[in-house]
Design a protein around this ligand. Structure first.
Ligand code: ADP
Length: 372
């Protein structure tokens, strides 16, 4: 499994009979001055050396790709054509797709005999309804520029919604709200294994308040700032890198924000309140979208580790059938239910495992291709 980012490559070698992680690592600072890895080729050659002791057991390489555009509704066996289509989706994810592609190109060159598979962050969301994916703008313009909701975090959400559905004993039929709260953050409504709505949009900027991204915002704000003298690039950089928790209080790490809240810091209190208010709003919205909810599942660094965030976000939702059990909520364990016994909607904490999901989806597509 290769996750090739702009300045880092994460890799894992997973034996799915287990599953067992045989090799795992991250190579950082690619292309930075003084780094021994001047490009992705150098980094992936090192990955090749790390997995060399297992070379005989390698069956395939799964690549994380952020944006699959409107084309990819599931993982794809990589061919020249698939590479071209990923390139075509690059304008929708200019910060991510080119480095994902760099990883693919180098691995294809280094291992031409191994099947390689692209697993897209957007693919799980390809089932969202036209009502949920369509922005209410001029249809011809939307079509021409590819403007629609695509959604992200799909690999994580697919994995977490499946584990949460199993935790409530309804592996096929559960309706699940997944809250992926990491540096990026998204909420997704999943009905019987299929995504029906998600908070990230054409780009990963929409929706929840994130570490450094604003999430939902009146588009009028952007024009107001541009007319006030900021350039479009400056506005974008502000909304992507200097907004969210960071924009509100100067810290994007939730642990620091919570420490400051405990010390009574007013900026941190406001940032925390805005973050939790937005989340609560989306939970209410997705209860309405799904009609019936079996389980709300928290994942990502914040969702998995922060009992105070889960408590604050869900407080006052007893009317909607959501009650936390304070002791279960504070306990530190793996995938588990943290709701009270009399909660009609279960609450789950599920550590995400995107790497395993990529390996599973890679093996699935190969098995299907071999059957055809
Ligand atoms: P990424 O989206 O980059 O994969 P993670 O899912 O690891 O990131 O999430 C990172 C976030 O998780 C950071 O904001 C960090 O503060 C937060 N986090 C990690 N541990 C805790 C904790 N114990 N309490 C609150 N937040 C935490």
């Amino acid at each position: 499994m290769i996750n090739s980012g702009s300045s880092s490559v994460k890799y894992q070698l997973i034996d799915l009979d287990g599953p067992t992680r045989l090799v795992a690592g991250t190579i950082g600072r690619i292309g930075e001055p003084g780094s021994e890895f001047h490009d992705h080729e150098a980094a992936l050659e090192r990955v090749g050396e790390e997995v060399a002791p297992h070379a005989g057991e390698l069956t395939a390489v799964g690549h994380r790709v952020v944006h699959g555009g409107a084309t990819f509704t599931g993982p794809a066996l990589i061919t020249d054509d698939v590479v071209k289509q990923i390139e075509e989706a690059a304008p929708l994810a200019p910060l991510h797709n080119p480095s994902n592609l760099a990883g693919i190109e180098v691995m294809r060159r280094l291992h031409p005999d191994l099947p390689q598979v692209a697993v897209f962050d957007t693919a799980f969301h390809s089932t969202i309804t036209p009502a949920a994916r369509t922005y209410a703008i001029d249809r011809e313009i939307a079509e021409r520029f590819g403007v629609r909701r695509y959604g992200f975090h799909g690999t994580s959400t697919a994995y977490v919604s499946r584990v949460a559905a199993e935790l409530v004993g309804k592996p096929e039929t559960a309706n699940v709200i997944v809250l992926h709260l990491g540096n990026g953050a998204s909420a997704t409504a999943v009905s019987e294994g299929r995504c029906v709505d998600t908070s990230m949009g054409m780009t990963p900027l929409e929706g929840l308040v994130m570490g450094t991204r604003s999430g939902d915002l009146d588009p009028g704000v952007i024009f107001h700032l541009i007319r006030g003298g900021m350039t479009p690039d400056e506005v974008e950089a502000m909304l992507v890198h200097r907004a969210g928790l960071y924009g509100l209080c100067g810290d994007n790490d939730m642990r620091t924000v919570l420490d400051r809240v405990a010390a009574g810091d007013e900026d941190a209190v406001l940032a925390y309140d805005v973050y939790c208010h937005r989340l609560r709003k989306y939970i209410g919205a997705y209860i309405a979208v799904l009609g019936r909810v079996d389980v709300v599942a928290f994942t990502g660094g914040v969702g998995e580790n922060s009992a105070p965030v889960r408590r604050k976000v869900l407080s006052g939702l007893a009317q909607m059938g959501i009650r936390l059990d304070p002791t279960r909520n504070s306990s530190v364990r793996g995938a588990r239910l943290v709701s009270a016994d009399d909660s009609s909607v279960a609450v789950a904490v599920v550590p995400t495992d995107e790497e395993l999901e990529i390996a599973v989806e890679t093996a699935d597509i190969l098995a299907r291709t071999n059957c055809e």
